[in-house]
Ligand binder design. Structure first.
Ligand SMILES: [Zn+2]
Length: 91
């Protein structure tokens, strides 16, 4: 009787996932750069960290492109140049 089996981690991880699913998703607006004929657009970025930590960071947007987060811009954004995919996916 020297080493009892350690089998407690599995249940704790499952509880953490469940708690995360109950959180409401927060979005921040992010500005992409213009690529050739594609104009710069406002995208939505899902926030998994406090807004101060993603300030000016390049993050993956909801539609799958990369854009620089602007935490002071609330999402949804009232602007004419908003990414249509992000506008449809992040409400
Ligand atoms: Zn987008």
């Amino acid at each position: 009787m020297s080493n009892p089996p350690q089998t407690v981690t599995c249940g704790r991880r499952a509880a953490d996932v469940f708690r995360m699913m109950l959180q409401t998703t927060a979005f921040a607006a992010a500005r992409s750069r213009a690529h050739g004929p594609t104009a710069a657009l406002w995208h939505a970025v899902e926030l998994h960290r406090p807004p101060a930590e993603v300030d000016s960071a390049c993050e993956l947007t909801v539609c799958g492109s990369l854009a620089r987060v602007t935490p002071e811009q609330p999402w949804p954004l009232q602007a004419p140049d908003v990414c249509p995919a992000c506008a449809a996916l992040a409400r």
